[in-house]
Design a binder for this molecule. Structure first.
Ligand code: COA
Length: 405
């Protein structure tokens, strides 16, 4: 089998890319697949060709992602699939390696992705970077603790033009946070604002007491069974952002005021440190469910680590093991004052030895060095170094990525 690994060159080859993606993800709606392919440029792909046929697909969105508040260029890996008949012959290994090398050339020091299965990516040096958290609740059960009532009010804005109002709120919300994408237009239009299956999303904006927009919620509603006795509506939250506590209370009370709603679903839109978990009389009624979701890979340790701010100043010597990208392997001296960070080669004895995947989990702020040590994901020479690393890698906000891509 003579297989060529390279990006697609033209529309015909992009059709081949789309055919693989639609097949492996069982996307049967032809409009949907056309939309998916339209978002990807040929030069962002890295495919395996058998003759003229694309048999394995891989692509990378050029995203800017917040890493503990800093804007970092990352490759958003998407459309990964190999046609049955070509599987388990190392094609993903080849497209992944070439794809990561292309990211290195483009100066993207990190890759992130949504994994269908963690096992596929852990072997390529990806570490878990953020969970996906869902709430499923009856609005009657999630009463706020006694406290100040919201001073403003929520109102619906027309879908057409809603982006002008809510985009600045999202941008301000995402700014200091961790692992949120600076959303390009297509992530809005393909994501929360998309009319799907003839169901329009509603956009409610929270205006504070001086009339400033300080938060929003995008959601859909539907009736579950028109003949059942109510309440029988389902409300699915598609997007949510708030700029202060007053706005978050206001949005929550707004959701709670839907008397005919039996169930609210809020999926993937909050982080582990969502304040709502500390704002309710009965927190368990959120029915919180957590799964692993976003995986991150460090493409270049030397260039990548200095790009985020750190939680404390200090020096660490880290021995990194990376089987796929040899330029990452070896001993590094990491020096930071919190704001400015330098990563240089060193011969000194390491404080830690770890696979590059563990380092990604720590850089994302998803897990501490102590957690990784207890899980056997790193070796530490001294307990004091572990405590220092815990403080250094801590992030202001827990990581989450409220976007599918
Ligand atoms: C996942 C998928 C792309 C793998 O493609 P492939 O070309 O068969 O992968 P490779 O042959 O290069 O395998 C790479 C390695 O991953 C392993 N692997 C592949 N798929 C795996 C899976 N589903 N679970 C566990 N390990 C897996 C292989 O055993 C191989 O290990 P090795 O390098 O140690 O031998 C393919 O199975 C597929 O299209 N699956 C359905 C779509 C999907 O889940 N895509 C991922 C979306 S996030």
């Amino acid at each position: 089998m003579d297989i060529e690994i390279r990006p697609c060159r033209d529309d015909a080859e992009m059709k081949g890319y789309g055919d693989v993606v639609s097949y492996v993800f069982a996307i049967n709606d032809v409009d949907e697949i056309r939309r998916e392919v339209k978002m990807v440029r040929p030069e962002w792909t890295m495919c395996a060709f058998d003759g003229a046929d694309v048999v394995s697909s891989f692509a990378t969105f050029p995203f800017n992602v917040r890493l503990n508040g800093a804007v970092v260029s990352m490759g958003g890996v998407t459309g990964v699939g190999t046609m049955p008949g070509y599987r388990r012959r190392g094609l993903l290994r080849k497209t992944m390696t070439a794809g990561l090398e292309a990211m290195e050339e483009r100066g993207q020091a990190y890759a992130i992705l949504w994994a269908s299965m963690g096992a596929i990516y852990q072997r390529f040096g990806y570490g878990l970077a953020a969970p996906h958290i869902s709430y499923t609740f009856d609005p009657k059960d999630v009463e706020l603790l006694p406290g100040p009532a919201p001073l403003g009010r929520c109102s619906l804005v027309p879908l057409d033009g809603a982006l002008n109002t809510i985009r600045p709120i999202y941008d301000a919300y995402a700014g200091p946070r961790n692992l949120l994408i600076d959303r390009p237009e297509f992530l809005w239009n393909q994501g929360p604002l998309r009319v799907r299956d003839k169901t329009r999303p509603y956009v409610a904006v929270y205006w504070n007491d001086t009339g400033e927009p300080r938060g929003y919620v995008v959601y859909t509603t539907r009736e579950e069974d028109e003949f059942s006795l109510g309440p029988n509506q389902l409300l699915e939250v598609k997007d949510l952002a708030w700029l202060d506590l007053d706005a978050y209370r206001g949005l929550w009370e707004y959701l709670r005021s839907h008397d005919l709603v039996r169930e609210v679903k809020l999926r993937g839109l909050v982080a582990e440190d969502d304040p709502m978990q500390g704002m309710l009389l009965e927190p368990r009624m959120l029915n919180k469910h957590t799964i692993d979701a976003i995986w991150m890979r460090i493409v270049n340790v030397e260039r990548g680590l200095p790009q985020r701010p750190y939680g404390d100043a200090g020096e660490l010597r880290i021995d990194v093991v990376d089987d796929l990208l040899p330029w990452n392997s070896g001993r590094w001296l990491f020096e930071t004052d919190g704001k400015n960070t330098k990563v240089t080669r060193t011969d000194q004895e390491p404080d830690f030895s770890m696979p590059v995947a563990t380092l990604a989990t720590m850089v994302a702020g998803h897990r501490s060095a102590s957690f990784c040590e207890r899980a056997g994901r790193l070796e530490a020479a001294r307990p004091e170094a572990l405590r220092l690393a815990d403080r250094i890698f801590a992030t202001t906000y827990a990581p989450f990525t409220p976007n599918e891509f």
